[in-house]
Design a protein around this ligand. Sequence first.
Ligand code: FES
Ligand code: FES
Length: 155
Amino acid sequence: MPITLTINGQVRTLDVAPDTPLLWAIREQAGLTGTKYGCGIAACGACTVHVNGQAVRSCITPVSEVEGATVTTIEGLAAGGALTAVQQAWLDQQVPQCGYCQSGMIMAVSALLAERPNATDADIEASITNICRCGTFARVRKAIHGLVSAAQGGA
Ligand code: FES
Ligand code: FES
């Protein structure tokens, strides 16, 4: 069944069953493999994308639920090749280790900071529940602190 949605600024019509998880529509139909599969049960966050600006775990989101929505994947962040502030912070702090979880982590953090540029540690704990098997949590938090500090006019 054709499902039409906008992915990274492009209107796409995908021929998928309505209960297909958005993750697989993105990876297999749209060919965007930056979004990862980790658990398939909304536990790890590797599959996080933005749907109408909100961080969503695409492994449990039926594609029929996002008909007509605006979806952004990790490939859609660096418009024109210019890294976002979050992506640059990830490089500056050398956050990724194996990298597998990091597209989902970056999408989750990007959504948090878009909504709360002054995010507190409590906000981080509530919103960034992504799992990283390499244990990059301390650097994730350091990078977020730097972004919050910059948003507040600090270094
Ligand atoms: S693959 Fe979706 S939350 Fe783990
Ligand atoms: S960087 Fe390896 S799983 Fe997170």
